[in-house]
Design a protein around this ligand. Structure first.
Ligand code: PAF
Length: 277
């Protein structure tokens, strides 16, 4: 496995190989990322993983500065998993002009759900992902369903802008108690970590209710929100949406996704569950 820091070297490697599958990450890798790499290997003989903490997708007061940078440990995991290339550019390599002048502007969905609480976040994601796609030139890219809104925005961007890349969604990796794997779980105190699976408990509870015929999505969401608030969480949103277009769920929708974002202490966690009913 090779660690590459420059666009020039990455492009030289790209020219020398056939089909490439790509996994974009911000590093601090865990088992969820390894599942993305394993999926990538099913799609191509050559797998490239990028590690870049993208300032553009962090808002003021968010965790850009303290986001863990763990390149050596990440590289060791990726080598075991069979990645061929780690692309780890520094900020000057990806943003040489300090201010990125051209940005990719997602449609109105960027201001809903997480976007309502993280203004500009999805513009930052769409911009860096476009740059990485242009640099890596991969045939396939794998994205986790844990970031459901991100996956939706990337899929529709690729479709709308005719980007020559296939997007492969990968199921969310979970700890045994149901907590979705996330680099931000590392911020949790032991007490918060014990409480954190409450998100998945509620997603599962709501899914069970919907599968049993309940269609009052607003009441189900309110129950979740009330319980989390009573237990000390700060809830950003609990919403049931159409899984295909991310519009608010109607009574006639049969492919749903329930999405939650909530803060425990200073850590913001997100999770979701699909319900096909
Ligand atoms: O999901 C992430 O880790 C990031 O948003 C991504 C896709 C690597 C872009 O910085």
């Amino acid at each position: 496995m090779q660690i590459i820091h420059t666009i020039e070297e990455l492009r030289a490697w790209r020219k020398s190989v056939g089909k490439v599958a790509f996994v974009p990450t911000m590093g601090n890798l865990h088992a969820g990322h390894m599942a993305l790499v394993r999926e990538a290997r099913k799609h191509a003989d050559h797998v490239a993983v990028s590690i870049f903490v993208n300032r553009l997708q962090f808002g003021q007061g968010e965790d850009f500065d303290r986001y863990p940078r763990t390149l050596q440990a990440d590289a060791a995991l990726l080598e075991q998993e069979g990645a061929e290339i780690v692309f780890a550019p520094d900020e000057k390599e990806l943003y040489p002009r300090v201010v990125q002048q051209y940005k990719v502007e997602p449609p109105a969905i960027q201001d809903e759900l997480c976007g309502a609480f993280r203004p500009g976040h999805f513009r930052g994601v769409a911009t860096v992902v476009t740059k990485l796609f242009n640099i890596v030139g991969a045939d396939v890219a794998c994205f986790g369903k844990k970031d459901y809104q991100q996956l939706f925005i990337i899929k529709s961007m690729v479709d709308d802008l005719n980007m020559p890349i296939e997007i492969v969604p990968v199921d969310t990796g979970r700890a045994e108690d149901g907590l979705a794997l996330s680099s931000r779980n590392g911020y949790l105190t032991p007490e918060q970590r014990a409480e954190a699976p409450r998100l998945y408990y509620h997603l599962s509870r709501m899914k069970t209710a919907i599968l049993a015929g309940e269609r009052d999505h607003a009441t189900l969401a309110q129950q979740t929100s009330d319980d989390l608030t009573a237990r000390g969480w700060q809830v950003d949103y609990v919403e049931t949406r159409n899984a295909d277009n991310l519009k608010p769920a109607t009574h006639t929708d049969h492919r749903l996704v329930i999405l939650i974002a909530a803060r425990i202490g200073s850590t913001r966690l997100i999770d979701n569950i699909e319900v096909f009913c």
